[in-house]
Structure formats: C-alpha cells, structure tokens
Design a protein around this ligand. Structure first.
Ligand SMILES: [Zn+2]
Length: 272
C-alpha cells in the first residue's frame, strides 16, 4: 500500500501536468468509487486545479473555486497521466480530461481506495481531522508524542493507527523502529524522552531518504509517469525476515505484530 513517500511522489509528479490547466470534462466510469458527491464531481469541468496538498497518505487536489478532490490510493491505487487518446486501462474509475489533451486517470484494481468530493478544501480537511488523523509525519516533533507517557498500548500498533502521526504504514514503521533500535512491542508509557526523540529523528530520516528516490515499489505502486520507486534497495528490515541484521548480524525475526508481518532484530531492538 502506498505510504507517505509514495503518495508524495505521486503528488510531486502530478503537479506539472495538472496545475493551472482547465479541466475540459470529468468522466466517472464507476460511480461507487466516488464515495461522496458523485453527482457533483462533474461540476469541476471548466475549472482548473491550482494546488495540491498531502496529509499522511491522503492526497488533495484543490480547484480555483475551492472544490476539492480527496484521493485515497488504497492497496493498489494509482494515478495515470496519459494522452487523451491512449487506451483506457482496466479498472479506471474516474478521469479528468484536461484541455491540453492530457488525461489524469484514477485507477484501482482492488478498489480499496476512493475519491471524495468536497465543495471547499476546509470541508475536506475537517472531514479528515474528524477521523482522528494525527499530524503529517513530515511535521512530527517529540512534542506530538508527549502524551505517550500516559498512553496504554504498543509502539508499532500505535504508529500504524495514524492517531498521533499520519502517513506511516508497515514498511516505514518497521524501518524507523529498526533505525531507532526500538522493539515493535515496546510499551508506550515506558518510552523515555530520549527514545522518543530518536524515534522522531529516524521517522523523518527514513521518509526523507525514500522521498528522495521516489518511494518504494513492491508490486503495484508506480508514480504518474509509470516509474517505480528505488527505495526498495535501501530497506534494512522490511521483507528481510531470517536474513542477517545489517547492524549486528543477528538473524532478523519475522512475526505477526499489530496484525501485520513485522520484521525486527531481536538483538538490537530490545524492549524497555
Ligand atoms: Zn541487529
């Protein structure tokens, strides 16, 4: 599933094609894919998108009059930017036809994603915050996690929940925990201040390194120009169960934690 760096790559690679180009028409192939405001989405015709915004794994496209599309890429969702006359890929649900002959096509074979339409960006943002979404992971500071000293629960599950920090999924949680030498089943209230500081530092570092090379491609993810991300070559633990730890040589352990396959080093990631 695309996490923060992959959605950021889609956002950055989409902008030069999309922004400030009039939308000639909006075609909805599969109405159920537009979760809210399906009938209103065609009202975007005649307008142009003037800015984009990303919060965690959520991508917002904002039009000149404030109308906003929220794209959630889901497990295998992607955005294709292609000439208008190119063949329509199977599972294409919504198409923005731009006046410059380019189509922006939202495509999702497994349909875990979706598009939400809002009259204004403020409505879109409020609807997301109402779901209990935490700060965007690139803006995370130790202060955002200060309440953990009184919070029950385990570290990996809490990071995956998006409640305190938005944008981290299974890949980047495992990578950040390894880098910060923290166990996925670390109890939150036992984390010391310096451990939280280290964790925040490693979260920011791993995300930034991945963004710099276009994210991680495992199976489905591609940016809008159909390019895979190169971060897969830099993964330290994700997908490396039973291989040696790149720091201490111990065999990495793979276990189901927080409902997800989790890889960690039993030697350098101790519980405190
Ligand atoms: Zn190790």
């Amino acid at each position: 599933m695309p996490e923060l760096p992959e959605v950021e790559e889609v956002r950055r690679s989409l902008e030069p094609h999309l922004l400030n180009v009039p939308i000639a028409a909006v075609r909805v192939h599969r109405r159920s894919f537009v979760c809210v405001g399906c009938s209103k989405i065609t009202g975007l015709a005649g307008h142009k998108m003037v800015r984009t915004h990303r919060h965690g794994k959520k991508l917002f496209l904002i039009a000149d009059d404030g109308q906003t599309l929220h794209l959630h890429l889901g497990m295998s969702g992607r955005v294709d930017v292609v000439p208008h006359d190119s063949p329509v890929r199977k599972h294409t649900h919504v198409v923005l036809e731009l006046a410059n002959g380019i189509d922006v096509r939202s495509c999702d074979p497994r349909r875990f994603g979706g598009i939400w339409f809002y009259r204004t960006y403020e409505q879109a943002h409020a609807a997301q915050l109402a779901r209990g979404l935490g700060i965007d992971a690139l803006e995370l500071t130790p202060a955002h996690l200060r309440h953990w000293c009184k919070t029950r629960g385990f570290l990996k599950a809490r990071l995956l929940s998006q409640r305190d920090v938005a944008g981290l999924g299974n890949i980047y949680v495992d990578e950040a925990l390894w880098a910060a030498r923290l166990h996925p089943l670390q109890r939150l209230h036992r984390l010391k201040g310096e451990m939280i500081e280290q964790l925040v530092q490693e979260v920011l570092a791993v995300l930034q390194r991945s963004i710099n090379v276009g994210g991680t491609t495992l199976r489905d993810y591609r940016n809008v120009s159909d390019q895979p991300g190169a971060f897969v070559r830099e993964l330290k633990v994700y997908g490396r169960g039973n291989e040696p730890c790149r720091r201490c040589g111990t065999t990495l352990k793979s276990a189901t934690i927080a409902g997800r396959t989790t890889v960690f080093c039993p030697s350098c990631q101790k519980r405190h």
